[in-house]
Write a protein that binds this ligand. Sequence first.
Ligand SMILES: C[S@@+](CC[C@H](N)C(=O)[O-])C[C@H]1O[C@@H](n2cnc3c(N)ncnc32)[C@H](O)[C@@H]1O
Length: 231
Amino acid sequence: MTVPVSEGLLSFFMNNKGRWTQRWLDYFPVYERHFAPFKNSAVTVLEIGVNKGGSLAMWRDYFGPEATIIGVDINESCRILENDGFLIEIGDQADSAFWDGFKQRHPKVDILIDDGGHWMQQQIVTFRCMFPHISENGIYLCEDVLTSYWAKFGGGLGRSGTFIEMTKSLIDELNQWQILAIGEPPTEFTKSCASIHCYTGIVVFEKASRSIPRAAISSAGKVIVLPPGQA
Ligand SMILES: C[S@@+](CC[C@H](N)C(=O)[O-])C[C@H]1O[C@@H](n2cnc3c(N)ncnc32)[C@H](O)[C@@H]1O
């Protein structure tokens, strides 16, 4: 989806007279594509990485007054953003115990944006803890996954243990229904992830409740749905 600069998130960013924020410009069409259905609704948006609060203000402007905007940061000074109507949680995104407590306090998260520390362990622990917690039909967006290729963040091309390498294996897991033949049962991820979108610097996971895919034959006004596993 292409949104003119005069509208939407890019307009906010280009005309921002408020708090500091930094983005790769090619992220904006990605946000619009996946976030537009949630505009002006009672959506709960969680962003990891608050810093000065510039992007929290951008999400508020975009999603509207009914949205709940939660920011997570390791830096205690980010609490000051509570004065601007944001919910702020202080913790380490690489600490699964932090997420256990977070989930108790925030039972509903519809959209998660990971713009935190960008280290492999931080991105992967956050994904493992929080992807199952995202609402059905919600969005999990991890940005700056280019660090998967940067040695100073623990990355490297093809290196095991990076967010990108994890994503590659999740593509197999998404298709696990089709590889039942080799004895791998579908996982919770298989049953709850609708799609994986890879962009330059961003991976987006869309959630949906799924069951075993069924093939069907359509001919002469009749549709025959085949048993699971037949095509
Ligand atoms: C790129 S900045 C966030 C920028 C912000 N989203 C914006 O656009 O205005 C990254 C933030 O992640 C926070 N951070 C770094 N490591 C973290 C960790 N382990 N857990 C939570 N937050 C972390 C930093 O304190 C910093 O504020």
